[in-house]
Design a protein around this ligand. Structure first.
Ligand code: SF4
Length: 214
């Protein structure tokens, strides 16, 4: 089976389910999405969702957050991973939004990646989820699942994986495919023991095909 056939099969399956995939992070606008995604690095969405309501109630806009100190932010996000660095980044990001972008979250990669604490993956999530642009955030789940299914040409790193996926997935489906692969990795194609017997896309999966030949 070719990479294109595997991708078409996987997309066909998820489209046939008719469910519009959504981020499990809670957010209400592009700023709160950016904040949540920055907090989610090396942390679960569940834990992020526990801290963002109070944080964003206290600092609902870039202007408000830009006036906070890192210590004040830390008070709200102390229970998540890397709280000190993330507090600094949130204040720095908010200040730059106010000073350079008129208090508005930009939708292009270069501007997003110029913000403190915003790397390629975070920028991709904001572009795809917040702006509906064709972008493919590759996190640990998307990377693992893509390699197992055999749709990333054995990519060695997330950037390679992103490029192969972007080249093979219709642009209008990139954001959905990101969510499909991520959720599939979180609940079915789990890191240690993928639940292949329960997996509905196993007929397109290279890993499953190989395993069954042994
Ligand atoms: S068949 Fe197994 S390895 Fe392949 S995608 Fe499904 S769960 Fe993952």
């Amino acid at each position: 089976m070719t990479t294109g056939e595997r991708i078409a099969g996987v997309i066909g399956y998820f489209l046939s389910k008719g469910v519009k995939p959504e981020s499990e992070l809670k957010y209400s606008d592009q700023f709160s999405l950016l904040v949540a995604v920055m907090l989610s690095a090396q942390c679960t969405d569940k834990r992020v969702n526990m801290v963002t309501p109070a944080l964003l109630k206290a600092y609902p806009t870039p202007e408000a957050m830009s006036k906070a100190s890192a210590n004040e932010i830390l008070h709200f996000i102390g229970s998540i991973s890397y709280p000190n660095a993330k507090s600094e980044h949130l204040v720095g990001m908010s200040k730059m939004l106010v000073e350079r972008f008129g208090g508005i979250v930009p939708g292009d990669r270069d501007s997003l990646e110029s913000l403190p604490g915003v790397g390629r993956k975070t920028a991709n999530v904001v572009m795809a989820v917040g702006f509906g642009l064709p972008a493919m955030p590759v996190d640990t789940h998307v990377f693992r699942v893509s390699n197992r299914i055999g749709i990333s040409n054995n990519a060695r790193n997330p950037l390679q994986c992103e490029k192969v996926l972007m080249a093979n997935i219709p642009p209008e489906l990139c954001a959905d495919m990101h969510h499909w692969l991520l959720l599939h990795g979180r609940y079915v194609c789990t890191a240690r023991t993928p639940k292949c017997e329960k997996c509905d896309i196993k007929s397109y999966c290279k890993y499953h095909g190989k395993k069954n030949k042994q």
